[in-house]
Design a protein around this ligand. Sequence first.
Ligand code: NAD
Ligand code: THR
Length: 373
Amino acid sequence: MPVFRVSRQVACWMLQSPACGCRASVLPSRLLGTSPRQIPMDANFHSTSFSEADQQRVLITGGLGQLGVGLASFLRKRFGKDNVILSDIRKPPEHVFLSGPFIYSDILDYKNLREIVVNNRITWLFHYSALLSAVGEANVSLARAVNITGLHNVLDVAAEHGLRLFVPSTIGAFGPTSPRNPTPDLCIQRPRTIYGVSKVHAELMGEYYYYRYGLDFRCLRYPGIISADSQPGGGTTDYAVQIFHEAVKNGRFECNLKPDTRLPMMYIDDCLRATLEVMEAPAESLSMRTYNISAMSFTPAELAQEVLKHIPELQVTYNVDPVRQAIADSWPMNFDDSNARKDWGWKHDFDLPELVTTMLNLHGSESRVAQAN
Ligand SMILES: NC(=O)c1ccc[n+]([C@@H]2O[C@H](COP(=O)([O-])OP(=O)(O)OC[C@H]3O[C@@H](n4cnc5c(N)ncnc54)[C@H](O)[C@@H]3O)[C@@H](O)[C@H]2O)c1
Ligand SMILES: C[C@@H](O)[C@H](N)C(=O)O
């Protein structure tokens, strides 16, 4: 019976893993059914061919946070200034506004998102909007809306218009029952923050859309990211950014985590390069759609020790924030990223000493400019 045959095909396809050599694209789109947004049965989910698209047209959501402006400038070097559109719900500072296309986009407004994708012929979407771990605990309902409902909108728009979609996940997608030292790609994930829960949801939904609709979903679990020119947005790893600002500005730093709290961390240049590398990786090299990436792992005491080598007068004190400490104590201490290294050649450039030298050089030149003005 035809109906039975189709159902069996779909069921087999959905239950096979990519490791078996099964790819979403082997299933004709007419067998896929409709998406929650009533995508037509004969929709072609890869309508934008990637031959057309060595010239990608890129949209970044939530682009005014710690990572988005750096990502835009990195991608503009690759695809050209006008082909990378930064978006957010906040007003951009002048230097960002003048540096390339900026557009208002609230990811909770599905029609607005669709209009932007259509009018600008977007081919790649980097979905950065989120409420981070500590801020999310302070506003659970907003975090649930932005991190979960917003993701649903992005997934549907991406599936409908054949986009390649990048969604960052995080070390925060693991919890106290996950193996913490090291944490592999596939293990128990029972996070206890709304941020972590929403990121596990994003990983699973993205992978579901990949298997079910052929959406080209790619996801990296970032460690805590350290950057000099952008402030963090309310996370648990923020201390590792703030120590550099405070060390250079005041010679003092009060840390909100205990000195022996070990967490995986990465310098922003490595993070942005990994993001572009996984997006450009040939589909056949990806044995998974969600990968851990790692560079280094340190405690506040170890970071302070390294900074003290450059600023011996720095005074570091500890005033523990119980919310952030509880979160950090449930997160990985070391991240196993061997699959990323094996599948698409991931390799970090920055270890702790290079990170500290680079951050202090950048802050040093910044403060010298400020003094000169
Ligand atoms: N920074 C890190 O250490 C880190 C680590 C792991 C994963 N990540 C992930 O990377 C992404 C970017 O992180 P970040 O540090 O730049 O975050 P951030 O908090 O600094 O920025 C998030 C941005 O999202 C925007 N936003 C909020 N609500 C929105 C809405 N309704 N519509 C559109 N935009 C909205 C905010 O205005 C903000 O500019 C996030 O998804 C985050 O989970 C970050
Ligand atoms: C780790 C990451 O997801 C973010 N910096 C946070 O601490 O919430």
